[in-house]
Design a protein. Structure first.
Length: 136
């Protein structure tokens, strides 16, 4: 058996996926299930997330989902996003949460405004509103 240094092997002889010798730092190989694949940015493969009461997640491909709660004060619940959507806010939905059931009825909170950096909700004063916003 020949004594060959691994570092002296050329790309076709490497045991790593083809193209490993020219891949840039941070790239990963994604197999396509047909004996081949391609190199891509690791950030495009794994979602990033902030899980908290008010959090967000960025999915592969760039879609961003933000979520949280806000208590309406004076009939308005205002939310300023910690990190604005870089391009566009596409949609948002809101719902009310009544921690103590007083037997009353409410028309429920409604989305008032949505921008890349904020949203506002119209609701009864003191109502805790949950929200989800989607953008990229």
């Amino acid at each position: 058996m020949a004594d060959v240094q691994h570092s002296s092997l050329t790309d076709p002889e490497l045991h790593e996926p083809k193209g490993a010798s020219t891949a840039t730092s941070g790239e990963v190989f994604v197999a396509d299930g047909a004996g081949s694949g391609s190199w891509g940015n690791a950030g495009d493969i794994e979602a990033t997330k902030t899980l908290a009461n008010n959090g967000s997640t960025e999915l592969p491909g760039g879609l961003i989902i933000k979520f949280g709660q806000v208590t309406a004060s004076g009939g308005i619940g205002a939310v300023t996003f910690t990190d604005p959507f870089p391009n566009a806010a596409l949609s948002a939905t809101v719902s009310g949460f009544f921690p103590t059931d007083t037997g009353g009825t409410s028309s429920g909170p409604q989305l008032r405004t949505l921008t890349t950096s904020a949203l506002s909700i119209t609701s009864g004063s003191g109502v805790v509103c949950s929200w989800i916003a989607i953008g990229y």
